[in-house]
Design a protein around this ligand. Structure first.
Ligand SMILES: Cc1cc2nc3c(=O)[nH]c(=O)nc-3n(C[C@H](O)[C@H](O)[C@H](O)COP(=O)(O)OP(=O)(O)OC[C@H]3O[C@@H](n4cnc5c(N)ncnc54)[C@H](O)[C@@H]3O)c2cc1C
Length: 464
């Protein structure tokens, strides 16, 4: 008998969609080629990196304990223990997803899925090949690290997010090509673990998707903490030595420099997993490898939906994959949900200091012709930030002067990725600058800085 829904891929997009389909009483199966459920996010992305970043935070506390009047004699970083904790968290959550599948009566089929056309899917698994039939298919096959031309990762010298997470010791020097969220997060982790870190970025600024002022602030802080950051830099001629990697870097000023690192991380973006998926047997359309979908996540092939990192036009983030899954299943179940609004997607980069952002940057708002009014409040004026000893960064509100519409909010500073939640909810509820100015913020908290940034739009911030 045909399933109502077959989901291919068990990342945050796929497993959440399968749960929701189960909740709606649809006969559902989830196909996954890896032995464990969870996809990139759980196994080699969001969760292991944030676990390491938390350890880096704890390690920072120990290093600065004396500032709080606590003497810690000779604290040590036990790296195998750090990895063990990370691995246990990943395993626990992967088992959690298995539990969710059982709870929601979702059949899990292990193997590589390929579309045969007409709602049929071939699954090549441990027990050989089988064909599964589905009334609806949700493609959620995710992405993998892009490589530089001619380069292949290995477990020893040239790494992607997968290999770096299994290093058994902290490298003395780490080169990172790419200053997007992934590259900058690993820089933040390993710098604090004691590596000498160099970040090389071809574009003129780090975290290029963020507001320009946020990029500047992060670069300034990274440099202050000893990370070498070279923007406008081109890495070429990458060579593996016995126990190091050499490369030639053309710096922004045109000078060439030979660099050598114990390990080199390539973090130059992610390519969608749409190869060998049998898409040629369907009318699914691609645009530079990404699947084209409409506002209901429908592809060109009737009954075939696509969500998450394989979809073009939305950022490659776990919560986007999940939200798109809800839209797809809502459509299948006849319980439609609004399409994804690109301007209401929070971005979160878990560096130290962190970044949380939503909506238009100042430059984007100006380019779209808005009469832009900006409010900015630095964490230096926030008493909770003083208590935490984290004064870096600011909250920046981009608004439309005409109607007080909130166009974007950009936060860099302590817990920025948590603080952005208020701005996302405000924008979703179509609140105005005025509403946020009247919203009472508890004291002392970090989110007072958000309230003050809205006051600052009208030049009425109190604490600066
Ligand atoms: C280092 C790193 C850190 C990140 N941190 C964050 C973060 O903090 N927050 C955030 O929001 N995002 C983060 N991301 C991005 C996030 O991981 C992705 O956006 C998210 O995993 C995408 O989910 P997905 O469901 O589309 O696909 P994926 O999570 O990639 O899952 C796809 C699944 O499909 C399976 N699959 C593929 N092809 C087939 C096939 N033919 N048959 C069967 N199974 C198949 C794969 O094995 C995989 O399990 C991070 C990414 C990286 C690399």
């Amino acid at each position: 008998m045909a399933y109502d829904v077959v989901v291919i891929g068990s990342g945050p997009g796929g497993y959440s969609a399968a749960v929701r389909a189960g909740q709606y009483g649809l006969k559902t199966a989830l196909i996954e080629k890896q032995p464990r459920l969870g996809g990139t996010c759980l196994l080699v992305g969001c969760i292991p990196t944030k676990t390491l970043l938390h350890t880096a935070d704890v390690w920072d506390y120990f290093k600065h304990a004396s500032e709080n009047g606590i003497e810690c004699k000779d604290p040590q970083l036990n790296y195998p223990q750090v990895l063990d904790r990370k691995n246990k968290i990943v395993t626990k959550h992967s088992k959690g997803i298995e539990f969710l599948m059982r709870k929601n009566k979702v059949d899990v089929i292990k193997g590589f899925a390929r579309l045969l056309g007409g709602g049929r899917i071939e699954v090549d698994g441990e027990k050989g090949k089988q064909t599964v039939e589905a009334k609806n298919i949700i493609l959620a096959t995710g992405s993998e690290a892009r490589m530089l031309p001619g380069l292949q990762p290995d477990a020893k010298l040239i790494l992607t997010n997968i290999e770096i997470l299994d290093l058994t010791s902290v490298p003395s020097t780490l080169g990172i090509i790419g200053a997007g969220a992934v590259g900058m997060e690993f820089a933040s982790i390993y710098n604090r673990f004691g590596s000498k870190v160099t970040v090389l970025e071809m574009l003129p600024r780090v975290v290029p998707a963020e507001d320009e002022e946020v990029s500047k602030e992060l670069e300034k802080y990274f440099k202050k903490t000893g990370i070498r950051v070279e923007t406008g830099a081109k890495a070429e001629n990458i060579r593996r030595n016995e126990s190091s990697v050499s490369l030639t870097v053309t710096l922004a000023n045109g000078n060439k420099e030979e660099m050598e690192f114990e390990k080199l991380l390539i973090a130059v973006g992610r390519r969608p997993n749409t190869e060998n998926l049998g898409l040629e047997n369907t009318k699914v359309e691609l645009d530079r490898g990404f699947v084209k979908v409409d506002g209901r996540q429908r592809t060109g092939e009737p009954g075939v939906y696509a969500i998450g990192d394989i979809v073009g036009g939305t950022p490659q983030l776990a919560h986007v994959a999940t939200a798109e899954g809800m839209v797809a299943v809502g459509d299948i179940a006849g319980k439609p949900r609004p399409p994804i609004n690109r301007n209401r997607i929070p971005g979160a980069t878990y560096t130290e200091p962190g970044i949380g952002s939503v909506g238009l940057t100042e430059a984007q708002a100006r380019a779209q012709g808005f009469q832009v009014k900006v409010g900015k409040f630095p964490f230096a004026g926030d008493s909770k930030a003083t208590i935490l000893g984290m004064h870096e960064g600011f909250v920046k509100v981009v608004s439309d002067a005409k109607h007080g519409e909130i166009l974007g909010v950009h936060i860099i500073g302590p817990e920025a990725f948590e603080l952005i939640g208020e701005a996302v909810a405000a924008m979703e509820a179509e609140a105005t600058v005025d509403t946020l100015m009247h919203t009472i913020h508890a004291h002392p908290t970090l989110y007072e800085a958000v309230g003050e940034a809205f006051n600052a739009v009208e030049g009425l911030a109190i604490n600066i």
